[in-house]
Design a protein around this ligand. Structure first.
Ligand code: ADP
Ligand code: MG
Length: 647
């Protein structure tokens, strides 16, 4: 053709960036295709926009698409689009230099970075886009013709320091990028990018929702010699479209049907059921994004396993970036599935950068509020459906009480727990508060391993007798959050197995008769209690009189800051070393066993039988709350001897 070839040098920064890209910044080399397809898609968007506003462009926009072409013999992969294209000047400007502001500063920082990981996290802030082609190719040839112009340009480089530019005639409008592939090398993460299955897999993973069709010639020689020239295939080439293009989240809500949402949910979640809730939102302004989130109707089997993943995928302008985007959804909402498409992020953004990004954090806050709001709506409108959702995800939501300080009140509103009020139904805290007795100053609860042990625990006695409602909390996580959440709606949360409880005092504050009665009892037991405290000092830190018992002789309680026995057990089960927690033994001063013990102690404080009875009282109290005896064999022997003597 006689057109002159011009050799130009890459701008210094570009050269440095190229070196970084080629020399293994990215462990995942597959992403080069995502980058080239994303550029092609942008070019198609631009042509479409321009054809709408500019008349006389003279291009056919009826079949805008991206084509992937494999030439096995030449070992090339070409990404072709019929988009806007570039003029010669644009080409030099856009591909030969790094126009983005701040790149030089970035490169400086990368050079100063301590290690490869730090460098990688820095480069994640910038797209390397087109240059990623050099990860897999040792030569790249780009041919392009700007829409509305006649002249075509070819750009070619081995990525080393220079590139060649020359005019080419007869090019169609658009751009083709031809990669002369390096040999496949699995050790170096270089797959066989000539293989149809590999190309399909990458497109499906990263570019499935690109809005333009991505076509590839159907495999010409299925089962034949790879790389063998195939003469008849060329005459009857059939194209397959590799991507689904169905980015539901990018469409207005009003244009998407329930069935489409359901199908999309099933596709991304691999859950055969319909979602319970669908949240579709769009945020405009400085940081644009679309979110399409689903609350499943059933919890995944691995919701509580350590490997359980968060279900939110991150896209940038329809290009898949990552699964399990922990920066967008807190751990306790890991059951939420869906997609967030943020428009203004780099395709190479890393998890680390996302974690620290202010805007991403505000997106996350907003998404969490949306999810909790959607759950609240179900709670308000459909008790049955809510009960089912709670049974699936309630335990995970309770973790939020520990993780998500900002939403504790909202999460407490969502709680649905067993209570002594109604055996058949759970209650919310709000409902509990509405039923509280006059003068009741706390929300009472008791934790334990099963509903039965909690209900039959001696701690319940006075509360049941006096008609106070007690919440029954039996999830392991209940032991933990109740320790950390002080109150709901201004009402203290109070374990009935902790601290001093004086329901009489509460009901009749300042009642002189009651106070006189209490003083009399304290005097009666003034000798026994210190003696018992000493006798049981291996097991408890104090023995005192109780006002929470009506029928049992004794129970064991903790100080407000003491760990509950169930929690202690959980920590031990997790392998944590800790000293045994000593609690407090409370005695029922009107129980015949306790009065008899007092009389026996008054008669002969040195009687060896006394300390055995003390041990039996302590052991029985432990058993009554569902606890484990420190020495079951000894307990059984003492009890058997006592019974034998009594008969
Ligand atoms: P980015 O896409 O983030 O801008 P790239 O390195 O991927 O960075 O691309 C640089 C620029 O080159 C693009 O912004 C675009 O202007 C131009 N470009 C790349 N590929 C194409 C293409 N297929 N058609 C038209 N222009 C392109
Ligand atoms: Mg790009």
């Amino acid at each position: 053709m006689g057109s002159s070839v011009e050799t130009l040098e890459f701008q210094a920064e570009t050269r440095q960036l190229l070196r970084l890209v080629i020399h293994s910044i990215y462990s995942n080399k597959d992403i080069f295709l995502r980058e080239l397809i994303s550029n092609a898609s942008d070019a198609l968007d631009k042509l479409r926009m321009e054809s709408l506003t500019e008349t006389g462009l003279g291009v056919d926009t009826s079949d805008l698409h991206i084509a992937l072409e494999v030439d096995a013999e030449a070992r090339t992969l070409t990404v072709r689009d019929n988009g806007i294209g570039m003029s010669r000047d644009e080409l030099v400007e856009l591909i030969g230099t790094i126009a983005k502001s701040g790149t030089a500063v970035l490169l400086q920082k990368i050079k100063e970075a301590e290690d490869a990981a730090a460098a990688q996290s820095l480069i994640g802030q910038f797209g390397v886009g087109f240059y990623s082609a050099f990860m897999v190719a040792d030569k790249v040839t780009l041919r392009t013709r700007r829409a509305g112009t006649e002249a075509g340009t070819q750009w070619e480089s081995d990525g080393e320091g220079t590139y060649e530019i020359q005019a080419v005639e007869g090019l169609p409008v658009g751009t083709s990028v031809t990669l002369h592939l390096k040999p496949a090398d699995t050790e170096d993460g270089l797959a066989d990018y000539l293989a149809g299955w590999k190309i399909r897999q990458i497109v499906k993973q990263y570019s499935d929702f690109i809005r333009w069709p991505i076509r590839m010639a159907a495999a010409p020689t299925a089962g034949g010699e790879p790389g063998a020239p195939d003469a008849d295939a060329a005459s009857a080439t059939e194209f397959e479209t590799l991507n689904s293009m169905k980015a539901l989240w990018a469409r207005p809500r009003s244009e998407v049907t329930e069935a489409e949402y359901g199908e999309f949910y099933r596709q991304i979640s691999h859950d055969p059921h319909d979602p319970a809730e669908t949240i579709h939102m769009r945020a405009e302004g400085t940081f644009e994004y679309e979110a399409l989130l689903f609350v499943p109707s059933q919890a995944p089997f691995d919701l509580f396993s350590r490997e359980s993943k968060r279900g939110v995928q991150l896209y940038v302008k329809r290009v898949f970036i990552m699964d399990d985007c922990d920066a967008l959804m807190p751990n306790y909402l890991r059951f939420v599935k869906g997609v967030v498409d943020a428009h203004d992020l780099s395709l190479n953004v890393s998890r680390e950068i996302l974690q620290h990004d202010r805007q991403i954090r505000s997106v996350r806050r907003r998404l969490v509020k949306k999810v909790l709001g959607a759950l609240k709506d179900v709670q308000r409108s459909d008790a049955e459906r809510y009960a089912s959702l709670w049974s699936q995800f309630g335990r995970a939501l309770k973790e939020g009480l520990l993780e998500d300080g900002d939403n504790v009140e909202a999460l407490l509103e969502l709680l649905s727990v067993d209570s002594t009020h109604d055996r058949e139904k759970t209650t919310t805290l709000r409902e509990y508060v509405e039923r509280m007795k006059d003068g009741q100053d706390a929300i009472y609860y008791l934790t334990g391993e099963t509903r039965a042990t909690v209900e039959n625990s001696p701690h319940m006695e006075a509360f049941t007798a006096k008609g106070y409602e007690v919440l029954i909390l039996t999830d392991p996580v209940d032991e933990v959050w109740t320790d950390q959440v002080p109150s709901f709606d201004g009402h203290r949360l109070q374990s009935i197995a902790k601290g001093q409880v004086d329901l009489d005092e509460q009901a009749a504050d300042g009642d002189e008769d009651a106070e006189a009665e209490k003083a009399r009892r304290d005097a009666e037991y003034a000798a026994l209690l210190p003696w018992l405290t000493a006798a049981l000092s291996d097991h408890v830190k104090q023995v005192r009189l109780s006002s929470r018992l009506t029928t049992s002789a004794a129970c064991i309680v903790g100080d407000a800051q003491d760990m509950t026995p169930t929690l202690e057990k959980m920590y031990r089960a997790m392998g944590q070393q800790m000293p045994p927690v000593k609690r407090i033994l409370e005695l029922n001063p009107t129980h015949p066993l306790v009065t008899a013990l007092r009389a026996a102690h008054e008669a002969n404080a040195d009687d060896p039988a006394l300390s055995e009875v003390a041990e039996l009282v302590y052991g029985s109290a432990l058993l009554a709350e569902g606890g484990d005896l420190p020495d079951p064999a000894r307990f059984t022997r003492l009890l058997t001897e006592r019974l034998t003597r009594a008969l």
